[in-house]
Design a protein around this ligand. Sequence first.
Ligand SMILES: [Fe+2]
Length: 339
Amino acid sequence: MGLAALAAVGMSSKSAAAEGVADGEDVPAWVDAEIAETKGRFDKWRKGRNCAVFVAITDLHSGIDDVAKYRHTAKHILYANRAAEMLGADAVINLGDWGLEYPVKKHHDGQKLLDTVFEFHSRAKVPTLFATGNHDHYYRVFSNEYLGLRYPRFCRGAVFGASGDYGYLDLPEKKCRVFFLNSSSEFPRHYGFDGAQLDFFRKNLSETPKGWAAFVCTHYCVDILGSWLPIQPHFAGKSGDRFRRIMEEYVAGGGVLAANLTGDSHFDRTFSKDGVNIFISQGYGTIEEKHRPKDIVLEKFNPNTQMLAELVAIDADAREIKLLRIGAGGQSRDRGAKF
Ligand SMILES: [Fe+2]
């Protein structure tokens, strides 16, 4: 979401340098400690369950080099990879807004930042799924098709839509079909789904094998509860309404849908609407006080010393989804739902 909020973060370059992460496989000890802490809670909850496991990060709004020194959050992709490895996850999910047009756009066209993000993701030992955000096209320098050319190598087993920027991955042994969609695919709008993508989504959601759980990842939360102040209806227009209806009708018709997981809002929110569980993850984005809904509680954290990722576990047999926080907030941010 908003750029002004990001510019206002103002972390010093000194603290960024103090992070001490070399451009290699180096992961600081505090990262392993945070992951191990979450793993302890996960093992207790999991016991003998067979579940799909994902590590999701969102809204990195990452600077690189001398640009936006105060936001070296791109390195947290390496931390998410490490979490996936330690937790035995099936995939890493990047829920979008890894990009940061300002001030990167003033220095170059964003290509180097995009290449850096992909390079970090390429080091994961499991597939990576991308749910494109509203800051990932660099003011439309990158088309959906261009992003879509680059995603498939990160997940050879996925089924991609024609433009490659959305698709789904099946995990037969875990009885889970996970969708990764592009909620910013309708140029020139920042939010919305193109028709071909919604047709793909409707068809493949309805064909989710019996006894499996579907799981839908988007950057944007198509609900008023994701809104900043002043509160307003979602920005995704008619295509957003269609997207919601597809999920609602699927559930109403007896389909099994674990949840829609999103970022974008830069705060945590958990709710259920028309039979669909919705989890918003705060991620690494920031939000100025004047934009914060009164009832949300932000997790204050310092990305130089803490991570903020979600471990998502989906038990299709028990029809239960669990989100466990890796990093900021820890157990106090754990949540879940039946579906
Ligand atoms: Fe964002």
